[in-house]
Structures are given as structure tokens and as C-alpha cells.
Design a protein around this ligand. Structure first.
Ligand code: C2E
Ligand code: MG
Ligand code: MG
Length: 709
């Protein structure tokens, strides 16, 4: 186990407790090694220098130092070095001076090759020297006086002495390192040792237990010593493969930063630790402003490189022990395992923003990147990870809204009640546990009663509350950070269903509702493109429904996303039309292929001549723009017939069919595409929960409105 420190570590501040500790250990190590070497006679030195065995061991110790054994979940700081097998063997065989020189020189050489900071190399060399010195004292006390001229080979009865010496070496080594690590991370020493003790005992026992065997082989035949490399190489390879796998599962491929899974784990540890010591944990959520514009104008490869630079800058703006993770897209989280108060967390946030403020040079261009940061603290704002993240998210949105850059969570400004918050947690889990389902509701053409599309409507099969309507949780997802996950689930499932229909000859367009927040998602378009490719269906097999309100209230943001989707050939539909004030000019400019007249007008049509007039003028307007008009919420045959007479293109509503699960929707489609045309009459059978599927087929073909059913 070696001291934890970054390769770019500039060293502790002179005079700090860590600095003093490193200095004391280094000086003590240097004194011990000087004393030990001074005790060597020149004959001893000549003996060692002329011994091929000594040089072979030196090589093995250097190799061991260069390649510490890192296992999954362990950092370089926790890594054990196989060098101790051979330096401990040297201690048993030749005594302290030979072993200490061997190990110290190897540590310095390997440290320099790996470009560790000089203070770190000096400390590591001293740490080993002191540990070997302590073990040597045990052997001397047991009557062992090995030296280059009088090597010692332990036999059966010496097992106890060697074991005690090894135990002392291990304890001394782990304690020296733990103090440095604890001072470095400002953590408790006992906790630092305890956190990793079983693992360290296991690895060190394995490495040190081999040492006496190495000694026996050294004494018998030097040529056989390298054979010890074979099992070591096997251990290395195995460990490296496991580390690789574990790394992939917990890190983001693009930036190499920890991912959400890793962050959840680390936050859990930090919360336990903080609770035990009465400290605070901080979680910062950072979202880049206008990253989408970079992606759109300069392309995704540039966007990806930019994210790499951002990740690099963020990592170098935090203290060791803090965790910078990428949650997805342009969203990063920073975990502060201990933080004094909100002001200290704000300082970190300001540092992160400052690190990004310097323009990023890319392809001979200077890109200005800004970020908004939300802060949530434990225990002040939330008891667990999910809530911390959710509250950091609320704060981050506030920072974006107010354009302040940084905001800490304030309960008064949070429009989420505790009941809503617990539902948010449940929804997050529901998304991962497959509790969400898609229902499908058909739209049929009024001219021939043939299906023109199927709208995917999400449902939550809640284990306690039963089947929940989107109104009960979609707005909730929009206020937390779940819309992206929800929309991704819906798009993916809807595309899968569309592909399955297309494969079986039911070439129906599947509509998906997307939220306003989705228009800010920089990867939405990519996601859709990838989904279409994966399922081998054309863009026209999908239709995105965006409510008029969203499109009109966020014209600038919506425009970019909407244009990208339109360029991809994905048709767009303007949902709940008539409920917002669309500017006609803007309406004409939008690449919209369908407009859905809001059900509130349709529902009032039978009783309100005013609404009938409104609907007529909406239909005329839509037709003038050469866009398909769909009336939603059509519940009766007479309304459907009236709409057809008014020139409306298609209808959707209980009159045709209510939303159906996928199996019923498939049955409906199969039957519908095979049934006779409206004027030929039909059986009027029903499919699905509220289905009056074939009722549409009973629509009279004439201009006269049908009698009430
Ligand atoms: P919407 O897109 O306008 O969907 C139409 C809603 O009207 C659906 O409610 C549908 O079940 C209901 N409806 C259908 N026929 C009739 C009828 O004849 N009469 C009446 N009164 N209502 C009818 P639902 O499924 O509860 O969805 C409500 C809203 O939730 C949707 O309105 C849509 O804005 C949103 N939503 C649904 N699924 C999703 C989704 O996957 N993502 C997002 N972001 N929003 C969704
Ligand atoms: Mg809709
Ligand atoms: Mg609607």
C-alpha cells in the first residue's frame, strides 16, 4: 500500500500537518537507511554487488513497484506491490541494510519512472525502510543475525519468528500510509485503516507468506527464483481484467469520469461517514448552458471533445477525495464527502464555474462555456442520495432561471411537497423496474375510417396505487429530473412497437408525446436517429407530439430542436391546439405536419355553437396551411360526422377507441386494416377498454349528420 496522491500533486502546504508528517517519516527513514548502510562492511558491499542473485532480486523489486496489483473497487493508494515479497525475502536472507537499500532504490526508480512527485517517492521509500527496520528488529530479537556474508534460511521451527516479523512489517507499513492518507483526505486515521483492513490483510498475507519460500529457493538455486513470477503474472492479469470490467461498469466511456452508479455508491459511503461524525455532505449538480448549440452548429465530435475538456477542468478544480461524475449529456455532479457549510460549497461551485469560464480552444475557435450549478447539502436538505440529487436539481434550475450561475437549495422555493417528493423517488425506481407501460390510441382518417396513426400514451402500473394516468406523474417528472429518462423509455418502447407492427405489415405511424424539457435535451435527436436505425424503420414511422403551449412559449429553444428533427424527416404534431396563442406567422414557419385540435373545443361542440365556429375556423386555418387536422376527444358519432363535414381530416377519441394495451392495439389494427370501408357497413364489435372501434365505420357517407347513437 502506498501513499495516495495524484501524479500532478504539488505536495502539501509547508507547515501543514500532512507536510510535517511526511517530513518526519522521510527524515526517520533516511536516518535508518544511513545507519543500516553504515553498518555494512566493504566486503559485504562487494559480495552483494557481485551477486547475480542480488541483481535479480533488485530487478524483481523494481518490477513489483512499477506494477502494483490493483483489484476492482481499489484505488492505486490501496494497491499492494509484489515488490514486498522479494524485499522481505532479502531481509530474511541478507538482513536489513541489503533489503532496505534494495526496496528504497526500487521505490525511487519506479516512482521517478511513473512521474510521481518527489515528496511522494521520498515518503514511500522511507515508509518501506521503517517497516523493514521494524521487522528486522523482531528478527534480531529472535536471535537472527543475517548478513550478506552470512545469509539466513529459515526452516520449519522458524515459522513463528518469520510470521511475527511479517506481521510487524505489515502493521508498520499500513499505519504509516494510513496516517498520510487520513491527513490528506482530512479523514479519521482509525476509519481509514479499518475501511480497507480485511482486504489489505488478505493481500499482504499472500505476498509476505511467499517470502520464506523465495529465500529457500534463493539458497538452493538462483535460476529458479524467476519462476515465482509465473503465479504473480497470473494474479496481475486476473486483477487487471477484473479492474477493467469494474471500471467499465462504473465509468462514463466518453469522459472517463465516474458515472451515476459510482456516484450513488460513493454518496452512500459519504453519507454513512458523515452521519457518524456529524459532518455535512455536499452534492453539486452542474449543467452546461447552451451546450446544445455547440453540438448543433459544430457537430457531435466537437461536442464530445468539449465534454472531455470540461471533465478535465472540473476534475482539476476539486480537492482529492471529491468525486466528479458525469450523469449524462452535459450534466455533471460533484460530490463533496465533507463540506463545512453552504458557503464552502458555493466556493467550490464558483471555482468550478471559473475553471470553465476560460474559453476552450477547439479547431482554431474559442468556445465560451458557462455552467449553472445547484447545491444541496446533507443533512440540511435531504437524507439520501435520491433526494440530494433532486434538490440539487431544483437549485440548478433556479440558477438557470435566475441566471445567477449558482444557487443552493432553499425549501421555500421548492414547489415540491413531501408526498410529491416520495412519488418522485418511486417514479425513478419505476423507470428502472419496468413499471411503466405504453397504451396506444388510434387516430383514424374521416374519409375512409382507416387508421392514420397510433398515439403512445404512458401509464404507470404502480404496485399500490394501481394504473396511474400520465397527469398524475408526467408533470412530476417534468419538475424533477426524470423527463429525459421517461421520454427515452417512451421513445424506445414506442419505436420497438412500431417496428413490430411494421414487420407484420401494419405500417402505422406511432406518435409520442414529448415534454417541453425534452427540447433542451441535446441528445434527443441522436437518440431518435439511433432508435430508428436500430429498429430499421423510416423516420415517418414516428411522429412527435409537442403541445402548442410549449412550442410557443419556448420558441427560441424549441426552434433548434424542432428543426433538427424536421431535417431528420421525423414529422411533428402540434398537440392541444387552440389552447395557446399561436402567432400565425410562426405557425407557418414551423415544420409541423399535423395539428391536433384540443378536446375542450370538441367536447363542447354539441352544446355550444361558438365552439363549433371556433373548430370550423381552426380546421380552415390548418387546411390553408396544408397541414393535417386531427380532432381529439371525439366521443360520439355525431361529433365525428360534424367534423368530417367541416373538413377535418382525422379524429381520435373514445368514439374510435380508448387507449389500449399493446396486444389489444395490435388486434385492433389487424382487424381494422382488414375490415370493410365505412360505406360498406361493419359489425361494430369492440376492442380494448373503452373501445367503440368500429363505430367510426358506421359513419354515414352523406353530408347529413347522423342521428344520435
Ligand atoms: P394528449 O396527448 O392530449 O392525449 C390525449 C388524452 O386524452 C389522453 O389522456 C387520452 O386518454 C384522452 N382521451 C382520449 N380519447 C378521449 C375522449 O374521447 N374523451 C376524453 N375526454 N379524453 C380522451 P391520457 O392518456 O391521460 O394523457 C393525458 C396527457 O398526458 C396527454 O395528453 C399528454 O399530454 C400526456 N402524456 C401522455 N403520455 C405521455 C408521454 O409518454 N410523455 C409525455 N411527455 N406526456 C404524455
Ligand atoms: Mg398527445
Ligand atoms: Mg392533446
Amino acid at each position: 500500500m502506498q501513499e495516495a496522491s495524484d501524479t500532478r500533486d504539488k505536495g502539501p502546504r509547508p507547515g501543514s500537518p500532512l507536510w510535517l508528517y511526511l517530513a518526519v517519516v522521510t527524515v526517520a527513514g533516511a536516518l535508518v537507511i544511513a545507519w543500516a548502510v553504515a553498518g555494512l562492511r566493504s566486503a559485504d558491499l562487494r559480495l552483494l554487488a557481485g551477486s547475480p542473485l542480488w541483481w535479480m532480486l533488485a530487478l524483481l523489486v523494481v518490477c513489483g513497484e512499477l506494477r502494483p496489483i490493483i483489484t476492482p473497487g481499489k484505488s492505486v493508494a490501496d494497491a499492494a506491490a509484489a515488490s514486498i515479497t522479494f524485499s522481505f525475502a532479502a531481509l530474511i536472507y541478507w538482513g536489513l541494510p541489503a533489503a532496505a537499500v534494495l526496496q528504497a532504490a526500487a521505490t525511487l526508480i519506479a516512482g521517478t519512472v511513473m512521474r510521481h512527485a518527489p515528496h511522494r517517492n521520498a515518503f514511500n521509500a522511507a515508509q518501506y525502510t521503517l517497516s523493514l527496520g521494524a521487522a528486522a528488529a523482531v528478527l534480531t530479537a529472535a536471535g537472527v543475525h543475517a548478513g550478506p556474508a552470512s545469509p539466513w534460511v529459515p526452516t520449519g521451527p522458524h515459522v513463528a519468528q518469520v510470521a511475527i516479523a511479517a506481521a510487524v512489517f505489515f502493521c508498520c507499513n499500513i499505519a504509516l500510509v494510513a496516517v498520510a492518507v487520513a491527513l490528506h483526505a482530512r479523514a479519521s486515521i482509525i476509519r481509514t485503516i479499518r475501511a480497507d483492513l480485511p482486504y489489505q490483510v488478505l493481500v499482504n498475507v499472500a505476498l509476505l507468506a511467499v517470502a520464506p519460500l523465495v529465500v529457500v529457493v534463493m539458497h538452493t538455486s538462483a535460476a529458479l527464483v524467476p519462476l515465482f513470477l509465473v503465479p504473480l503474472i497470473a494474479v496481475y492479469t486476473n486483477a487487471a481484467m477484473s479492474v477493467n470490467r469494474a471500471h467499465q461498469a462504473t465509468h462514463d466511456e466518453l469522459t472517463g469520469l465516474p458515472n451515476r452508479k459510482f456516484l450513488v455508491l460513493r454518496t452512500g459511503q459519504a453519507l454513512t461517514e458523515a452521519a457518524a461524525r456529524g459532518r455535512r455532505v455536499g452534492l453539486l449538480l452542474l449543467d452546461l448552458d447552451r451546450f446544445k448549440e455547440v453540438n448543433d452548429t459544430l457537430g457531435h465530435p466537437v461536442g464530445d471533445r468539449l465534454l472531455g475538456v470540461v471533465a478535465h477542468r472540473l476534475v482539476h478544480s476539486v480537492r482529492p477525495g471529491d468525486v466528479v461524475a458525469r450523469l449524462g449529456g452535459d450534466e455533471f455532479a460533484v460530490l463533496l464527502p465533507t463540506v463545512r457549510d453552504a458557503a464552502a460549497a458555493r466556493e467550490v461551485a464558483a471555482r468550478l464555474r471559473a475553471a470553465l469560464a476560460e474559453p476552450i480552444r477547439m479547431d482554431a475557435m474559442n468556445l465560451d462555456i458557462e455552467a449553472s450549478v445547484g447545491i444541496a447539502l446533507h443533512p440540511d436538505h435531504a437524507p439520501d442520495f435520491e433526494l440530494l440529487l433532486q434538490r440539487a436539481d431544483v437549485a440548478m434550475y433556479l440558477a438557470k432561471e435566475r441566471r445567477t450561475g449558482v444557487e443552493a437549495y432553499v425549501a421555500d422555493q421548492d414547489r415540491n411537497s413531501p408526498a410529491r417528493l416520495s412519488l418522485i423517488g418511486e417514479l425513478r425506481r419505476a423507470l428502472h423496474e419496468g413499471q411503466l407501460e405504453l397504451y396506444f390510441q388510434p387516430k383514424i382518417a374521416l374519409a375512409d375510417a382507416q387508421p392514420v396513426g397510433m398515439e403512445a400514451l404512458v401509464r404507470w402500473r404502480h404496485p399500490v396505487r394501481g394504473l396511474m394516468a400520465p397527469e398524475q406523474f408526467v408533470p412530476l417528472s417534468e419538475r424533477s429530473h426524470l423527463t429525459r429518462d421517461l421520454t427515452r423509455y417512451v421513445i424506445d418502447t414506442a419505436l420497438g412497437q412500431a417496428a413490430s407492427w411494421w414487420r407484420s405489415g401494419l405500417q402505422v405511424q406511432v406518435a409520442v408525446n414529448i415534454s417541453g424539457g425534452d427540447l433542451f435535451d441535446p441528445v434527443l435527436a441522436d437518440l431518435i436517429a439511433a432508435g430508428l436505425r436500430r429498429h430499421s424503420i423510416p423516420p415517418s414511422a414516428l411522429l412527435l407530439e409537442i403541445t402548442e403551449r410549449v412550442l410557443m412559449s419556448e420558441p427560441a429553444h424549441a426552434a433548434g430542436c424542432v428543426d433538427t428533427l424536421a431535417r431528420m424527416g421525423v414529422p411533428l404534431s402540434l398537440d392541444d391546439f387552440g389552447t395557446a396563442y399561436s402567432s400565425l406567422v410562426r405557425l407557418k414557419r414551423l415544420p409541423v405536419s399535423e395539428i391536433k385540435i384540443d378536446s375542450s373545443f370538441i367536447g363542447r361542440m354539441p352544446h355550444s355553437p361558438d365552439d363549433e365556429v371556433i373548430v370550423q375556423s381552426l380546421i380552415d386555418l390548418v387546411r390553408a396551411l396544408a397541414i393535417r387536422s386531427v380532432a381529439e376527444g371525439v366521443e360520439t358519432a355525431e361529433v365525428a360526422a360534424a367534423l368530417r363535414d367541416m373538413g377535418c381530416d382525422a379524429v381520435q377519441g373514445w368514439f374510435v377507441s380508448g387507449p389500449m394495451d399493446a396486444a389489444s392495439a395490435t388486434a385492433w389494427l389487424t382487424e381494422r386494416t382488414g375490415v370493410p370501408r365505412p360505406h360498406e357497413g361493419c359489425s361494430g364489435r369492440t376492442v380494448g377498454e373503452h373501445t367503440r372501434a368500429d363505430a367510426a365505420a358506421a359513419l354515414p357517407t352523406g353530408t347529413a349528420r347522423p342521428a344520435a347513437r
